[in-house]
Design a protein around this ligand. Structure first.
Ligand SMILES: CC(=O)SCCNC(=O)CCNC(=O)[C@H](O)C(C)(C)COP(=O)(O)OP(=O)(O)OC[C@H]1O[C@@H](n2cnc3c(N)ncnc32)[C@H](O)[C@@H]1OP(=O)(O)O
Ligand SMILES: CC(=O)C(=O)O
Length: 539
């Protein structure tokens, strides 16, 4: 029987102390619902003594009827030299009607003197009075011992007295905090072991990531006997962030055989990570462990050759266990195995080690040497593969184009594109104006193509990015243009490279139109599927 560890999520409180994160009440409600579906045991919703937004959240969260998680409100011990019943911050916790209060108090004598500027005795009374007051009102009390590890290292006797006071006052949990994130795993392990012998109530860990050790320190604490882990989704939080629950939970369950959430809930982890980063408007790094898009993405040819034989050769777990998936990237580091994988994804059947795939991989390596990058341009890659295997009928070719940009005195700039295409053996000319050369070219191409392929009506450009490749060549430098297009159901990316930005854009545009016409979107991220994956679709 696996040991059980309770997961305490503080994304909505400590997570919002991270730079760049601000959640509305509506955002907090959505995240709370998602965290509940993940199966966390506690959701710390905010600090009602801090602001009205958090008070509103605690009022409204009751509407959600959460199934797994208990909602908890945060606050400090009472202010020095006051009575707990007169303390606004403690009373706000009571007023918002939560079943659990999480209050933090000082463990480090240095902080007592410097930060709150009171005596060591008064701090012990502040802890006792506050825990006792909230406990007497029937709440479950989680006592967060702020700076416990630093406090213990400076004055072990005093640090231990503080948590003893909380225990005597009726706390249900003592959570040891590495508030400044400066401790190392062996220190955490030693100190948690000592505390476990010193108190008789359950112990938890709250770690920060200032030494990139938030996850390691949380795991060390659990292995030393902690049974509650506090952290945030994606490690959002003050300074370098909090311990990342998206790594802690799978490590506990899949590596250390602890039990936190169900297997099915664990399979929702990548979805939760992406959803929360979307709502918080924070970029989710592709290389984030377990849940990042690149966590199981293979680029080196040697790796892909091996994973095609057995995925465990380069994957530490099955990606599906955490709701992620295996991906293969094609670049100048690819071998034929990468192409075989991609071709299979496209439903094309070709063998490793044949002449075509050898030629194609050489062509891709040479194009990447020239500045192409196919990792971010799946649609251009698919067209190359289809062309190489003769699976792509020629729908049109661009024979020539001309762009005219005219600027006269104080008149607005006028940009016009004239294009000549060959479509089904016929020469077709057209001209169009646009808001800049790329837009004019796009408009002129469409004027020609729409008569033959009305389906193009539905597609449009959704993103356009330019990257200068050799800055030292100044304005003669080559550029790489990446275009993202969408037809409301699917989105796909194409690439063009040239010393002339218009030519690079035209190449990427032509690929985008060709791709739209072959009607194949298998290798692209499907918008609806993506929305579904991150839970933004209401059923
Ligand atoms: C480790 C952590 O993450 S703790 C959480 C940190 N998060 C936040 O601070 C976000 C929310 N904070 C706030 O909204 C505000 O800081 C408030 C409402 C809590 C307080 O605001 P103010 O009353 O204006 O005080 P201010 O923030 O300037 O100073 C903090 C006060 O809290 C006191 N304080 C700090 N820690 C504690 C504690 N554990 N117990 C009691 N009082 C404390 C300080 O002594 C100081 O009071 P003083 O000036 O009377 O000595
Ligand atoms: C309580 C808390 O957030 C900390 O000590 O970091």
């Amino acid at each position: 029987m696996a040991n059980f560890v309770k997961i305490f999520d503080t994304t909505l409180r400590d997570g919002t102390q991270g730079e760049g994160i601000s959640l509305s009440v509506e955002d907090k409600m959505k995240i709370a619902r998602k965290l509940d579906s993940l199966g966390v045991h506690y959701i710390e919703g905010g600090w009602p003594g801090s602001n009205n937004k958090d008070i509103e959240f605690f009022t409204r969260v009751k509407e959600l009827g959460l199934k797994h998680a208990k909602v908890t409100a945060f606050g400090s011990t009472r202010r020095k030299d006051t009575l707990p019943e007169n303390d606004i911050n403690l009373n706000r916790i009571l007023e918002v009607g939560v079943p659990v209060a999480t209050i933090f108090g000082k463990s480090w004598d240095f902080h007592v003197h410097q930060a709150i500027q009171t005596t060591l005795e008064e701090n012990l009374s502040m802890i006792y009075d506050s825990v006792h007051y909230l406990k007497s009102k029937g709440l479950e009390i989680i006592y967060d011992a702020e700076h416990f590890f630093d406090g213990y290292k400076n004055n072990a006797d005093y640090a231990l007295q503080t948590i003893k006071k909380a225990e005597e006052a009726g706390a249900d949990w003592i959570v040891l905090c590495d508030t400044n994130g400066g401790s190392l795993p062996h220190e955490i392990s030693e100190i948690v072991t000592i505390v476990k012998r010193f108190v008789s109530i359950p112990v938890g860990i709250h770690a920060h990531n200032d030494c990139e050790l938030g996850v390691a320190n949380s795991l060390a604490a659990v292995m030393a006997g902690a049974t509650q882990v506090q952290g945030t989704i994606n490690g959002f939080g003050e300074r370098c962030g909090n311990a990342n629950l998206c790594s802690i939970i799978p490590n506990l369950q899949l590596k250390l055989n602890y039990s936190c959430i169900s297997e099915e809930q664990l399979q929702g982890l990548s979805n939760v990570a992406r959803y929360v980063s979307e709502i918080a408007n924070m970029h989710l790094p592709v290389n984030q462990a377990f849940v990042g898009a690149a966590a199981f993405a293979h680029k080196g040819g040697i790796h892909v050759s091996a994973i095609l034989r057995n995925a465990s050769t380069y994957e530490h777990i099955k990606p599906e266990l955490v709701g992620n998936k295996q991906r293969v990237l094609v670049s100048e580091l690819a071998g034929q195995s990468n192409l075989v994988f991609k071709a299979q994804e496209l439903g094309l059947n070709f063998d490793n080690n044949n002449e075509q795939s050898r030629k194609l991989i050489e062509q891709i390596k040479e194009m990447e040497h020239q500045g192409y990058q196919f990792e971010g341009a799946d649609a251009s890659l698919e067209l190359l593969i289809r062309d190489a295997y003769g699976k792509q009928e020629e729908l049109f070719t661009l024979e020539s184009f001309k762009i005219i940009v005219a600027k006269n005195d104080d008149q607005p700039v006028v940009t016009e594109a004239i294009v000549k295409l060959s479509i089904n053996g016929e020469s077709v000319y057209n001209a169009a104006e646009g808001n800049g050369p790329v837009n004019a070219l796009d408009n002129a191409l469409r004027k020609c193509l729409l008569q033959y392929y009305p389906v193009l009506q539905d597609m449009h450009l959704s993103d356009y990015k330019v990257r200068v490749l050799d800055e030292k060549d100044k304005t003669a430098a080559k550029v790489r243009v990446l275009i993202e297009s969408t037809d409301f159901h699917n989105t796909w990316s194409t690439v063009g490279v040239s010393a002339d930005i218009i030519v690079a854009s035209a190449d990427a545009l032509i690929d985008s139109l060709r791709y739209a016409l072959i009607g194949k979107t298998r290798s692209t991220v499907q918008i609806e599927e993506q929305k579904e994956r991150i839970g933004l679709v209401n059923h």
